[in-house]
Write a protein that binds this ligand. Sequence first.
Ligand SMILES: O=P(O)(O)OC[C@H]1O[C@H](OP(=O)(O)OP(=O)(O)O)[C@H](O)[C@@H]1O
Ligand code: HPA
Ligand SMILES: [Mg+2]
Length: 159
Amino acid sequence: MAQRYYTVSWDQLHRDSKALAWRLVEKGPWRGIVAITRGGLIPAAIIARELDCRMIESVSVITYDEEKLGKPEVAKPPTAAGDGEGWLVLDDLVDTGSTAKVVRAMLPKAHMATVYAKPAGKPLVDTFVMEVSQDTWILFPWDTEQQFVPPIARSAQPK
Ligand SMILES: O=P(O)(O)OC[C@H]1O[C@H](OP(=O)(O)OP(=O)(O)O)[C@H](O)[C@@H]1O
Ligand code: HPA
Ligand SMILES: [Mg+2]
């Protein structure tokens, strides 16, 4: 289990994805976007809108079962992006870098970008917006829901 959690709301994800789009627009033009599903699909939709890009390809890599890291499995390779030249690869985050490594091997000339990055995976991406510590688990809005929490006074440890 992670040491701490960092909750990202839909609003924040939209804002951070737009911040990534501002960085990427300067580095284009792009032939198209390759979204790493599933987590990369939502930032990819937001960024595709901002970059006015309608050529969207996907690659599916399964690396985690909830918070448990496994061996990356390519469930669907990209078919339209060649060696990646001129293509932008997008994911929600890079953590250990295992997913990014597998995708880089398939699309060696692509530009890889994520919204969030942890220190171990940071060297594997070309552009990102926000760094969080390695022991932080990012809680994305599609993985969470709002719920009641008891008042602090009831859950605090007695002195
Ligand atoms: O840098 P890494 O340690 O490889 O971790 C990052 C990857 O893990 C998550 O995907 P996940 O395997 O959970 O699949 P999903 O996107 O379909 O939920 C996340 O969306 C990234 O793709
Ligand atoms: O911090 C994370 N949050 C959500 N999914 C993830 N997959 C790898 N690391 C993370
Ligand atoms: Mg993913």
